[in-house]
Design a protein around this ligand. Structure first.
Ligand code: THU
Length: 159
């Protein structure tokens, strides 16, 4: 038997410790939660991406009475950013979430499907995406999706 250990590096920050552009991106993700359409879960998620040229694109989760037809904030945002600016690599992604009680205390992690789409976006632009997971207690930062999606399936897996 052999063992294969995969490590993830997560940096933990207080909001005040972040650089101004990162604070602005988190603020934009929080602001985007206000445009969430979540009448079923009442869980409002917002995402904001900064592209290589500095453009910031935001999005939020959009639910549907036929539940699987809805879409998470991260994918709404990434698909829109890629559809609108197909030549601009995504540099940083910030995610925030709010319940009826307020913004979540713990950093909000992206779901598995969103992780897969973040991976595809990295592959598409051959550029790692820094990810900021916002919580009121602290903010998690990872340098790329590999820290959140180890042993991933991608195009090269089919070669
Ligand atoms: N949601 C997101 O927008 N992003 C995630 O990464 C996790 C879940 C949304 C989907 C749904 O509208 C609500 O949160 C509850 O799952």
């Amino acid at each position: 038997m052999k063992e294969y250990t995969i490590t993830a590096h997560i940096h933990i920050y207080q909001y005040e410790e972040l650089c101004e552009p990162d604070r602005q991106l988190i603020d934009a993700a929080k602001e985007a939660t206000k445009r969430s359409y979540a009448p079923y879960s009442h869980f409002a998620v917002g995402a904001a991406v900064r592209l290589s040229d500095g453009t910031v694109v935001t999005g939020s989760n959009q639910e549907n009475a036929a539940y699987p037809s809805g879409l998470c904030a991260e994918r709404t945002t990434l698909f829109y950013a890629n559809a609108r600016y197909p030549d601009q690599p995504v540099q940083t992604l910030a995610i925030a979430a709010r319940t009826e009680k307020g913004f979540v205390e713990k950093p909000i992690p992206p779901c598995g499907a969103c992780r897969q789409v973040i991976l595809e976006t990295e592959s598409r632009f051959k550029n790692p995406i820094r990810i900021l997971l916002s919580g009121e207690e602290c903010i998690y930062e990872v340098a790329g999706i590999a820290d959140l999606l180890p042993l991933s399936f991608e195009a090269s897996s089919m070669e």
